[in-house]
Design a protein around this ligand. Sequence first.
Ligand code: NAD
Length: 457
Amino acid sequence: MTGFTNQLNALRGFYNTGATRSFDFRREQLQLLKASILKHEAALNAALFEDLHKSKEEVWITETGMVLSEIAATLKELKDWMEPKSVPTNLINFPGKSFLYPEPLGVVLIIAPWNYPFQLLFMPLIGAIAAGNCVVLKPSELAGATEKVMSTIIGETFNPRYILYAPGEGATVIPELMDAFRYDHVFFTGGTAVGRIIYQKAAAQLTPVTLELGGKSPCIVTSNASLKTAAKRIANVKFSNAGQLCISPDYLLVHTSVKDEFIGLLKETIVQFYGPNPITSYDFGRIVNHNHFSRLKKLMENEVLLHGGEHNEEELFIAPTIIDNPSLNAPVMREEIFGPLLPVIPYTTDEEARNMMQQHENPLAFYIFTNNKKEAAQWLQAVPFGGGCVNTTGMHYLNKHLPFGGRGNSGIGRYHGRYSFETFSHIKSVLRTTAWPDIPLAYPPLKGKLTTLKKII
Ligand code: NAD
């Protein structure tokens, strides 16, 4: 028994009434959610500025606009997704027919981090509602202003017997939510260390999980790249949200022959994007708190800085910074950076670059800049990773037709668009047949039927 026991049992009770299963109910909840987000859009903009210094344009691209567009796409396709799908039937089952029936999982738990505190809680919520589940939402405690607005949105829109909002410090709230209740699915976004704790807690109840984790995502700039475009498309995503982005290029491997020219272009781009004094930039974010500020400051120590390095603790500001060729054993190359520091490492042969990347298995993202299609194809095949791009960074995340997720250290499972619906559904396999004809072939006695059985199985 924990402080949440009664509320969690109420969710289970509500789910068992079957109220969440109809198309009309799911559609209405998504419409209500949309209306509430629009009503509180200005408050969300203000809160995300307060928590992370995000501009309203950035909030639209990476938080509210993304979520509203996911709701719109889900509303458009939900009816089709919910329909049972007919699949082929094999000969031994003649004259039967085979179907896939999606059904809700039940009561699911969604846990989110602080870097996109709204989007990373609400994107999976859309999938969970669309699939007909009851939901417990655990937001991050580190984006406090956004957390309060989300509490209002959920509290005003949904009965807590259907969607329960459970804020608070993870180390306290998660055991209360998970230790005495069996969920039908747990969807976690966050760091690998906490992901491991969540996975263990879920395993104790045999609960399936989706883990959306982090890691060090490499980006290669080959000698065949359009360097100016590469500089813009790398800086745009790397320094977005002050580098606090799970799919940001963590470090660059740049072919020796183009390294100097590329670094010159990268420096120019940073100044074009954020001005000569980025602390005054409308577009440049802040570090979430003092712990992360100190962690990032430490990562810069003893490194050669080619650009940036300025910081201001009171403002939680760290400038976009380029680090020259750090040792692979340096802390900045051992842990996920999750901040505006960009190590640039030269490589000469592909094998050398591959060996460096193998220090961190299965990154969440991988990016390759080259105008040579064959070279791109070889790299895509050579590196195991969650998702990625050729000649850009991060943009795969914005295409709902591309399932998003990691592999191994960077995660388990996938979502966005139809894949979210599938993540929060169970697909029942059903063979439907008739009483007649009742072909005796598969019944005993089987003696003498082998030749025929070999023909049809
Ligand atoms: P985190 O793992 O510290 O926290 C995530 C959630 O877990 C929060 O809700 C937090 O309250 C909870 N939590 C924290 N400590 C806990 C504990 N001891 N027991 C139980 N729950 C606990 O992650 P973060 O710092 O909020 O986010 C940064 C990390 O998330 C980075 O590693 C980043 O790469 C990753 N991330 C991944 C994705 C993705 O889609 N794959 C997206 C964003 C961030």
